[in-house]
Design a protein around this ligand. Sequence first.
Ligand code: SAM
Length: 281
Amino acid sequence: MENNYNPIISVRRDFDLENIFYNLATNEAVIKDPDLKKIYSYLRTEVVPGSLLSLGAGPTHLHYVIPVIDLITCVTALDLSKKNIEVIKEFFRYIGSLKKSEEFKSDIIKNTDIQILQCLADFYCKIKKRGSGKGLLLKLLEKSQYHDKADLIIGDMHDFSLMGERKFNNILLGFSLYVNSEDQLLKFFQHAKGHLNPGGKILLIDFDKFSNDDINGEFLEDDDVIRKCPDSLDFSLEMLLNVLGQVGFKEKNISTKTIPVLTDGLEKERGYEYFFATIKN
Ligand SMILES: C[S@@+](CC[C@H](N)C(=O)[O-])C[C@H]1O[C@@H](n2cnc3c(N)ncnc32)[C@H](O)[C@@H]1O
């Protein structure tokens, strides 16, 4: 069956030149999007030193780890969609070309996609008043290696055998926890708990409701994902807290934030309510 999903479209929807650009007068990197700024500041505040595993990392994986790369030691990305992982690999190939000062050509990503990634990296160096965007991207590539290969896993996040014996300091779930039942949600957190190092955290960011309509409609996904999760559950905060309690997590800090509508922001048509959950053993 043909799979028409094109991940670069999701990247360009969430990271666009209207919101991420260089100020023409000063040449400084600017991020205008309030959603992204809130997500970045949450990540920088909550991430603990050590490793980070991003589950359902998506084609935007690098875009989300840029702000924390100086705070962590290594990063692993897992996604069910081979096409998403290919996009991440293509960005890695671009970063690798920086090291060798080679010309970069790609059928998957365009110059504007590269400019946005570079701008995010430059923005973070500006905030930290240290380093260069290029240096940060090279660090990102360096910290994304495992046994001398890019630490990218294609597979189902509910299958924790993919991680072997590996444990992590941070497990990030950015808009990616799709489950078919409450029981699957419970099992997921039981496994995730077992793959956290002492003091480790699960960082969960999502809209306060994630419905099946969203998977099939506005937030288009790879057919492989839709097949795996045909009846994606709208899990409420209450259900999440109940499950986390059953699994035995001691700390569950959950905050919600509605980020208002902007006429030219990410949320072009409506404001979204987000929840940010930090879960600890
Ligand atoms: C809405 S996207 C979010 C991507 C990225 N984290 C972000 O915030 O932009 C959801 C991602 O989760 C992935 N995903 C959904 N269910 C999955 C599963 N069971 N195992 C692995 N990845 C999954 C999808 O392929 C997709 O990349």
